[in-house]
Design a protein around this ligand. Sequence first.
Ligand code: HEM
Length: 209
Amino acid sequence: MDTIGLYRTTIGKKAVMAVTGAVLLLYVVAHMLGNLTIFSGADAIDGYGRWLREIGAIWPTRVALLGAVALHFVAAYQLTARARKARGRYEHRRRVQGSYAARTMRWGGVIIGLFVVYHLLDLTVGWLNPHGVSGEIHANVVADFQHWYVVLAYTVAVLALGFHIRHGLWSATQTLGVTTSRVIGLGAAVLICAGFLSVPFAVFTGLVS
Ligand code: HEM
């Protein structure tokens, strides 16, 4: 079977979900760890951002992320449409088994997508940031999280990401037959949420200023 033929199968689409999900998860973990450099001071995080630019990591990462997000979205959409069609007229009840997880993933995905647009306008472009100076990462982040509503928006998005990762990782590792898939999903989600949320709460409480 060729690549296109494989992609047409449900297994092929699920494999695309898993591989693109893994790419996105890798980025999320790297980004979360990079953010933690803020605890070493302004020079550390601003220098880290400068270094990423100097080694030319920015644009290849953007292209890979965009490709991964597009494929992840299209495969998810097609799998949902296929499952709905398969249930067809035999399915009269809306609340079928597994639909809670499916709905959580779909709405979680929408929240994360909307957040990324806001986040880019806030901390990458700077238009929605109270400081908004390119390259001054520490100052931009500190200016942001003085405001409870910005902390709240980031908290909601990070929790949505946590639920998404928990279910996605559980589902993917279970498919591979891993017996500890529940622990892996929950553990990774908790660590990632804690890492991301430590920054807004450290700024809001004055620990980082
Ligand atoms: C509290 C949580 C977060 C903080 C403090 C934070 C901080 C930042 C900062 C400072 C930048 C701009 C870096 C620069 O100017 O070079 C950035 C960019 C970015 N962040 Fe976050 N971020 C957070 C959460 C997230 C999450 C949860 C996601 C993904 C779901 C994410 C995805 C991105 C992306 C895609 C970029 C653009 C990178 C680029 O310029 O290509 N961030 N973030």
